[in-house]
Design a protein around this ligand. Structure first.
Ligand SMILES: Cc1cc2nc3c(=O)[nH]c(=O)nc-3n(C[C@H](O)[C@H](O)[C@H](O)COP(=O)(O)OP(=O)(O)OC[C@H]3O[C@@H](n4cnc5c(N)ncnc54)[C@H](O)[C@@H]3O)c2cc1C
Length: 453
């Protein structure tokens, strides 16, 4: 039996903010897992027993030491925008709210030093004041934290140029608090940081992040309409391969999706497919030429940074990546989604094979992205939900077409990661830093107490 009251008293005595208010515990223990009817069934009602909100690395260590002694599991929480229940405690325990550690500390040699609870939008706007910007961000940039992006996300806007967070060089180094006896701080640089990259906080608590930046650029959000989807997809891939056009994003949307994008729906002719791109202002002439060559037309345009600074505006990336599904779910609760990656060769043929295979159930949405220097498209298609068996069948058929799937309907790192898994011995590292299995238990399913020692 866990003595949560004693833990709370101990943390309070150390000056660490805590709460065990039931409504808050339930509200804070959720993320966006409800996109998945499968996860919704599994995770509804799960909640922590106590929330702690450390403000310093020392307070993180004190909290972990107290939890270790009381054998209380610890689940870190950033902005709670994850989609696979990453920050939902499966077995109660303590929710470590990292939002209190949100300082942007310094920039040196193009590397930003940031606390993990800083929101990505704040990091980017701060970096811009110094002539830099962040390389990659999720479409939840305005609500997600840098720690949560590294521990639980890792792909998104910027991927067309910089790849994903698993790409060597996109994460400089981190400081991480362990669950050893007593908890330690490890400073991990380069490949040594791989065991804490996208492991859902199961292999340590990030207390400091050093993120390589890229020189700041002005960006234009551009919407282009195409009479048919294959033309839109051909244009998108051609843009991805256009080395002379600085770009941050290029998503394609089959004709049934634009009507759900409130801010730009009226600009897209009925039945047309849409491309949403972010390009440098200097590339607008080249973009128009490329669009003309593919039968496309610019139908919407805005300044990206101005839009993201304005809470009443919608930067176009909030229609892209996993925001597409959200835009549909706002008006139609009967859908879910998948995450796929197309082959590097004959990419467009694979996209078309998948799109035409399930005309009523799979609404095609792709994003251009680099993996290991090679350009392809990943898909986050919206899927009409029937039941779990039908979802499994659709996934099997997609995989039979030679398309990889990172299953978003599981809480397990191993089952859900596929092509998104970061290199390295993450299980071996977990055994070293968390021998009691107290960090976000149940998420790294290859770890068991039997193989812990
Ligand atoms: C509408 C929508 C769009 C999205 N688009 C994208 C996208 O484009 N790309 C993408 O990758 N994801 C996307 N996501 C998923 C999610 O928003 C991102 O992965 C985001 O970066 C998570 O950050 P967060 O701060 O919300 O993390 P949380 O959800 O709070 O946490 C994510 C994981 O990180 C762990 N964690 C948090 N902080 C720490 C820490 N300091 N130390 C150790 N572990 C920690 C948590 O325990 C959890 O396992 C989207 C989700 C939604 C709902």
């Amino acid at each position: 039996m866990r003595d949560i009251a004693a833990l709370k008293a101990r943390l309070a005595a150390a000056g660490i903010e805590t709460s065990d208010e039931r409504a808050l515990l339930r509200q804070r223990s959720r993320d966006f897992y409800w996109y998945s009817p499968v996860l919704k069934r599994q995770l509804d009602g799960k909640a922590a027993d106590l929330i702690a909100r450390p403000r310093t690395e020392a307070e993180v260590l004190t909290t972990l030491a107290a939890c270790r002694e009381s054998r209380v599991p610890v689940t870190a929480r950033g902005g709670a925008t994850g989609n696979y229940g990453q920050c939902v405690p499966l077995d109660g325990g303590l929710l470590l709210d990292m939002a209190g550690m949100d300082r942007c500390l310094s920039i040196s040699g193009g590397v930003a030093e940031i606390e993990p609870g800083a929101k990505l939008i704040d990091v980017d706007l701060w970096a811009r004041e110094h002539g830099w910007e962040i390389r990659l961000w999720p479409s939840t940039k305005r609500t997600a934290t840098v720690g949560g992006f590294i521990a639980g996300g890792g792909a998104g806007v910027g991927g067309i140029t910089h790849g994903t967070m698993k790409e060597r060089g996109n994460l400089h180094s981190v400081r991480v608090a362990t669950m050893q006896d007593p908890p330690q701080i490890l400073d991990l640089a380069g490949d040594a940081a791989n065991p804490v990259n996208r492991t859902y906080g199961t292999t340590g608590i990030l207390t400091l992040i050093r993120l390589p930046l890229t020189p700041a650029q002005e960006w234009r959000d551009v919407g282009l309409s195409f009479a048919d989807y294959p033309s839109a997809a051909r244009f998108a891939l051609a843009l991805a391969f256009s080395d002379g056009i600085p770009k941050k994003m290029c998503g394609t949307f089959d004709a049934m999706l634009p009507p759900f994008f409130r801010g730009i729906a009226d600009a897209v002719p009925a039945g047309h497919s849409l491309v949403l791109a972010m390009v440098a202002p200097s590339a607008m002439i080249a973009l128009r030429d490329l669009a003309r060559e593919h039968g496309g037309r610019i139908v919407a345009e805005q300044d990206t940074v101005a839009a993201e600074r304005d809470k009443d505006a919608t930067p176009f990336y909030e229609y892209c990546w996993n925001h597409t599904t959200l835009q549909v779910l706002k008006r139609d609760k009967g859908v879910t989604y998948l995450q796929c990656r197309f082959p590097f060769e004959d990419t467009l043929a694979a996209v078309e094979a998948m799109r035409t295979r399930f005309p009523d159930e799979v609404w095609m949405h792709t994003e251009c992205v680099r993996f290991g220097g090679r350009i392809t498209m990943s898909a986050l298609p919206v899927i009409r939900w029937t039941d779990e068996a039908r979802l499994r069948r659709i996934m099997e058929e997609i995989e039979a077409l030679g398309i990889s799937i990172a299953n978003p309907h599981t809480v397990s790192i191993e089952e859900g990661s596929s092509y998104r898994r970061v290199e390295g011995d993450q299980l071996g590292f977990k055994r070293f830093v968390d021998p009691l299995g107290l960090l976000n238990p149940g998420k790294m399913t290859s770890f068991t107490m039997e193989n812990a020692a």
